[in-house]
Design a protein around this ligand. Structure first.
Ligand SMILES: [Zn+2]
Length: 184
């Protein structure tokens, strides 16, 4: 069963609503805001070893702790910020994950300077197969294993596969012109 159909059977209602909101409005939809793209990358990285539900529940906590994913601010985090994050129960307190967020923000600042934006950097490299993307992410970012790269690129519309054609959201995603429509 796909994510799309599993949601319908989720209990209790609050749990179902949390997933439904993500599924209906975010999952697979293109993102045209660099900070939001970075935020999705942070969330996917933080999911490693945990459930997506855990991350969705903590989304507000992440936004508060990481300055609403403002890349420039996160890139400028000091040692004190690192300590603050590692003591914040609203997020995932994992040294490698906190470190990845800060280092990846610094990297993205560089990509913005070189390519105009993080989105343009992604567009510049599109289309690629998943193994090619994995190679690129591995040499560019920290803590971006295959599953993370796949989920990040699918959930932002660079790779196909979030919703089957039978899902009502499939059509809504198409209207937003996801990158995968341009072929791989
Ligand atoms: Zn769906």
């Amino acid at each position: 069963m796909s994510y799309c159909t599993v949601i319908e059977t989720m209990q209790p209602e609050s749990r179902r609503a949390l997933h439904q909101n993500y599924h209906d409005h975010y999952y697979g939809f293109p993102i045209h805001d660099d900070n939001e793209l970075f935020g999705r990358l942070v969330m996917e990285i933080n999911q490693a070893g945990l459930s997506w539900e855990t991350i969705l529940k903590k989304e507000e906590g992440f936004r508060k702790a990481y300055d609403n994913f403002e890349i420039k601010k996160v890139a400028a985090y000091t040692e004190a910020d690192r300590e603050r994050l590692l003591a914040d129960p609203g997020i995932i307190r994992n040294k490698l994950k906190v470190n990845a967020a800060i280092e990846n923000a610094k990297t993205i600042v560089g990509l913005q300077q070189e390519f105009g934006s993080f989105e343009k950097w992604l567009d510049h490299h599109h289309p690629k197969t998943l193994p090619e993307w994995m190679k690129l992410f591995k040499k560019t970012f920290k803590f971006t294993g295959g599953e993370i790269v796949n989920e990040f690129l699918m959930s932002t519309g660079y790779l196909k596969g979030c919703h089957p054609e039978s899902c009502p959201v499939y059509q809504k995603v198409l209207e937003q012109n996801p990158k995968w429509l341009e072929g791989a």
